[in-house]
Ligand binder design. Structure first.
Ligand SMILES: [Zn+2]
Length: 327
């Protein structure tokens, strides 16, 4: 689950960079006081801003997918969220989406729009904060096409990570609809029922507490492509014990030994599917086509990510980690 042994090639025949890359994700986030002491604070005008309208289901436009590696939510209609990432005012053909990490405090700024494509969860968290794991981490995957370099590459990606901590109280109401629709069977898809709403904005810390760290990293599944701008929210959200347990049962910690009798498939430890990339789109279309007429909520043990659905922390190799302090 570390990636040292993730070797392969992508669809275009390019080798994965999981084992060889020097800008891999996730990371162990350093203490914020150390970052601030180092002068790594991003000025307000260079900070990323997030604004997400509610995603409203009509019964057939929002999918909750168990792709075997994660529970992922996708929508089939355009989603007009307003996420703005700072880039230099005078950007050129080679300006990357990670340019904000190298901008000086007084550099004039422009912004580009990041469009959310999907979000999914990992358990345990992939990012650590000062050596500490959280039970759950949500990743909102955004695509950027505004920059010439991104348009040429078919889009650049920026992921926003939100950590969840266990609460003794009841379920997190913002996750309820997704959790209720969560397919327990690997490869299965459920539609969010008509009228159900997802309030992504509220799943982030409130705007006045939206401290985050940002750095250049990678996809956390093969091909582990680098050049992504990562944001990790520092204030954790809440999840109940029951919600955590259900998530683990669906993808992370499967009781495969007990189910082995009823299952012919041998679980392969720590060998994520090459198709478990950021989109999962082809994977999921294929699954739809091959879908046997069985109950998506049946619990099975045909496992892709047996034992874990998170990648271990990767070395920083001197990368800049910057902190954005909420106003
Ligand atoms: Zn992820």
């Amino acid at each position: 689950m570390n990636g040292d042994d993730w070797v392969g090639v992508d669809a275009a025949g390019k080798p994965w960079v999981c084992a060889s890359g020097l800008r891999q994700s996730p990371i162990n986030v350093p203490p914020t006081h150390a970052l601030e002491h180092r002068g790594s604070t991003i000025p307000l005008k260079h900070q990323t801003t997030w604004s997400y309208p509610a995603i409203v289901s009509n019964g057939s436009n929002v999918e909750v997918i168990n792709n075997g590696h994660a529970i992922q939510v996708e929508w089939l209609s355009p989603y007009a969220a307003d996420v703005e990432i700072a880039v230099p005012a005078q950007y050129g053909n080679k300006t990357t989406i990670t340019a904000v990490l190298g901008m000086g405090d007084n550099d004039p700024v422009s912004t580009v729009r990041a469009t959310p494509l999907q979000f999914h969860f990992h358990s345990n968290s992939e990012h650590l904060v000062v050596g500490k794991y959280y039970p759950l981490e949500m990743h909102i995957v955004h695509k950027i096409t505004d920059l010439p370099a991104c348009a040429a590459a078919g889009g650049c990606f920026s992921v926003t990570g939100v950590l969840f901590e266990l609460a003794d109280g009841g379920d997190n109401p913002l996750l309820k609809a997704i959790w209720a629709a969560m397919p327990m069977r690997e490869g299965a898809i459920n539609y969010l029922p008509a009228g159900a709403e997802i309030h992504l904005e509220d799943l982030l810390p409130p705007a006045n507490a939206r401290d985050y760290v940002t750095y250049e990293g990678s996809l956390t599944t093969p091909p582990c492509t680098e050049g992504l701008l990562w944001h990790v929210m520092l204030k954790a959200q809440k999840i109940s014990h029951a919600q955590w347990n259900k998530y683990k049962k669906a993808v992370a910690l499967k009781d495969c030994e007990a189910a082995a009798v009823a299952n012919e498939t041998v679980p392969s430890a720590a060998s994520p599917s090459p198709s478990a990339t950021v989109h999962h789109r082809h994977h999921h279309r294929r699954l739809l086509e091959e879908e046997a007429p069985v109950n998506p909520n049946d619990y099975t043990c045909k496992v892709v990510a047996y034992g874990a659905n998170y990648r271990s922390s990767q070395k920083l190799y001197g990368r800049a980690v910057k902190i954005g302090r909420a106003p």
